[in-house]
Design a protein around this ligand. Structure first.
Ligand SMILES: Cc1ncc(COP(=O)(O)O)c(C=O)c1O
Length: 390
């Protein structure tokens, strides 16, 4: 029966964590450690795997319920959580790679992911090659040589470029590499990367999974062996675990995830269509628009165009800042996937570490803004953007 439940039902009813009191809401085990009646009882807690709960850095029932629900949503055998999305990306990269290995990553990448790939990994002797998201020939060239890992961010933050997951999965596997997809901008409601060949899917749960701007979290979906042999040892020994409290918040949020994301994507499509008619041709990037350069990829691997769009206001940085100043409903902040609509100027915030030349080369122009569409009435958002654009 359980496996037959449809997604919206499963996110409310499977799996449950319930104490002997039979509470309706999932139980929150907010505890650092677990006590034993005797030394004999303590021993199996430390015998791996699957001993009884002993310490929350090693395992916690509330956290496990979230991980199991996430695996169900992503369609993978297993999942494991971390304290933030970046902890998830870091755990996957550091646990998978060693000195002398080679990583091929897509570009653009979220600023901190870019730092991990171009600053941190080379310090540990990992070679990193970057390929632009839309450049399938570039991926074919980069993966004509052996590689150990491929990291794709699709949709890419902030340009909304897409990478063809299936095509790169085939190239990666032929090169001997595992494919990791960061789906922070899509959420598993809009894109289930494992169905298209990804071996590991990393998600910032801070975004759509919480979706209410309250907690940080990271979730990694993968097969059981990757979780048990690669990721769990790394996370438990290095410590970037998810708090049980945040896991409890996220469990509640998953009950409404599909509802929220579908509504947000519907509004995003309306806003993208409005802006496409309002701004200079080619100014709007939204994978759901038929004239978007990556629309064909969206049709293959996404349910819809997603909840985010990016557009150029015209007038350089001053043009973008002038629009931001005039907004009355939409908030200026860097998070995304929230109930409130959020606008960001990536060039001076999330991607400010890149040189201007590098930014422009990958499509982060001075007048580019990224919009994460929330749950407000889309007409109010369109009116706000219309007046702010002047
Ligand atoms: C694509 C992508 N990956 C990872 C992260 C990091 O997530 P967190 O802020 O939860 O650490 C972000 C944050 O914006 C992101 O956009």
């Amino acid at each position: 029966m359980a496996s037959k439940l449809r997604r919206a039902t499963a996110m409310i009813h499977r799996p449950r964590v319930r104490s002997e009191f039979g509470e309706t809401s999932d139980a929150l085990f907010l505890t650092a450690s677990f006590s034993y009646a005797s030394g004999e009882e303590a021993e199996p807690g430390f015998a791996e795997p699957g001993g009884r709960y002993c310490y929350t850095r090693v395992g916690n029932p509330t956290v496990h319920a979230l991980e199991d629900r996430w695996a169900l949503l992503q369609g993978t055998e297993a999942a494991i959580s971390t304290a933030s999305g970046m902890a998830a990306v870091q755990a996957v990269l550091m646990a998978s790679l060693k000195a002398g290995d080679r990583l091929v990553a897509s570009q653009p990448l979220f600023g901190s992911c870019f730092w991990l790939c171009t600053d941190l990994l080379p310090r540990y002797g990992v070679q990193v090659d970057l390929v632009h998201a839309g450049d399938l020939d570039g991926f074919a060239r980069a993966l004509a040589r052996p590689a150990n890992l491929v990291l794709l961010e699709t949709p890419a933050n902030p340009t909304l470029d897409l990478v063809d997951i299936r095509a790169v999965a085939d190239l990666a596997h032929a090169a001997g590499a595992k494919l990791v997809v960061d789906d922070a901008l899509a959420s598993p409601i809009c894109q289930r990367a494992a169905e298209h060949g990804a071996d590991i899917v990393v998600t910032s749960a801070t975004k759509h999974a919480d979706g209410q701007g309250r907690v940080l979290g990271g979730l990694i979906a993968c097969d059981r062996a990757t979780r048990d042999e690669l990721l769990h040892p790394f996370i438990k020994h290095t410590g970037p675990v998810l708090s049980p409290f945040n896991a409890w918040v996220l469990l509640k949020s998953l009950e409404t995830l599909e509802l929220r994301v579908l509504r947000m994507a519907e509004s995003a499509a309306r806003i993208a269509t409005f802006l496409n008619g309002r701004l200079a041709p080619g100014s709007v990037r939204y994978p759901g628009l038929p004239d978007d350069p990556h629309h064909d990829v969206a049709l293959r691997q996404m349910l819809n165009g997603g909840t985010l769009l990016a557009f150029r206001t015209g007038g350089g940085k001053e043009g973008a800042f002038a629009m931001l100043r005039r907004l009355q409903v939409i908030e200026i902040t860097n998070n995304l996937g929230d109930t409130r609509t959020i606008v960001t100027h990536p060039g001076t915030t999330t991607h400010g570490r890149l040189s201007r030349e590098e930014r422009v080369r990958i499509g982060i122009h001075d007048d580019l803004v990224r919009l994460s569409v929330g749950l407000e009435d889309a007409d109010d958002l369109i009116e706000d953007l219309d007046q702010a654009l002047g």
